[in-house]
Design a protein around this ligand. Structure first.
Ligand SMILES: Nc1ncnc2c1ncn2[C@@H]1O[C@H](COP(=O)(O)OP(=O)(O)OP(=O)(O)O)[C@@H](O)[C@H]1O
Ligand SMILES: [Mg+2]
Length: 254
């Protein structure tokens, strides 16, 4: 087994980030790796795609306290390793899952403490080296913002998920530029919801990148989402899972 895998899954809203991140996490864990799945999207996604169901809980509220300036800071003694062991939960295939929480009707306000803690934890993970034998897969929120503001400092690889629409391509292109500015070692195009060679040609041409992974439009993804279960449990033999499995194999060699 090769090195650890450290990826951020990014792209426009609805492009397929959570499907890719959740399925990839399960497959990486099945390779026998310690796997941490990180969800920094305030909208529902990764927990469902992993097979954990709908979890709204802000997970790092108890990890932080206010400092003298009224800012949320990780409590003394809580670094990256401690935060993961104490506050993450275990999902299928042994994947550890940590999220900053889901926005409720009141918005982000009630989970602000956990969001602050999450931001500090991901930076500690990147700096400390204490989780150096863990593979990490992050599901980032839609669009460019979290790449611009460094919400995945642990990632050396960005998986930019693009579906065949202009809006998805335009967002994907901006994220590629931002990931380049971040100094990402690898930036891979994941072409999703592909129905024809033409779809793929258009994406590759407009992105000016060859796709590292091509995922067909697959009705199994829709039915898994409708049922609120993980694609890999719902349809393990589906073409979408097969495509993500070959991506997982390839990442090992990067
Ligand atoms: N390969 C595919 N074939 C068919 N439908 C797909 C495929 N990939 C994703 N979808 C559908 O597209 C929608 C968005 O997928 P997903 O939630 O994975 O994307 P996302 O980028 O995480 O979205 P969000 O920005 O809302 O977090 C879902 O309804 C899902 O079922
Ligand atoms: Mg999502």
């Amino acid at each position: 087994m090769g090195e650890v895998i450290r990826v951020a899954v990014v792209g426009k809203g609805g492009s397929g980030k959570s499907t890719v991140a959740g399925t990839l996490s399960r497959l990486v864990a099945r390779q026998g790796r310690k796997t941490l799945a990180l969800d920094s999207d305030p909208m529902p996604g990764l927990a469902l795609s992993l097979g954990l169901g709908h979890i709204t809980e802000p997970m790092l509220t108890a990890a932080v306290e206010k400092d003298l300036n009224g800012r949320w800071q990780l409590k003394k003694g809580i670094g990256g390793a401690r935060a993961v062991s104490q506050f993450s939960i275990e999902g299928p295939d042994g994947v550890r899952f940590l999220q900053f929480g889901k926005a409720d009707e009141l918005g982000l306000g009630t989970m602000f403490a956990s969001v602050s803690g999450f931001g500090q934890v991901v930076h500690r993970i990147a700096e400390d080296g204490v989780l150096s034998d863990w593979s990490i897969i992050g599901d980032l929120s839609a669009g460019t913002r979290q790449t611009a503001y460094d919400w995945a400092p642990y990632a050396d690889t960005y998986l930019v998920v693009v579906e065949p629409t202009w809006k998805s391509v335009l967002t994907g292109r901006r994220i590629v530029r931002l990931a380049e500015q971040r100094g990402a070692e690898h930036i891979h195009l994941i072409a999703n919801k592909i129905e024809s060679n033409g779809d793929l040609d258009v994406i590759e041409e407009r992105m000016d990148l060859a796709a590292r992974c091509v995922i067909s439009r697959d009705p199994m993804v829709t039915t898994a989402d409708a049922a609120g279960v993980a694609l890999i449990d719902h349809a393990p033999e589906s073409s979408a899972v097969a495509s993500i499995a070959s991506l997982a194999e390839g990442l090992e060699g990067d």
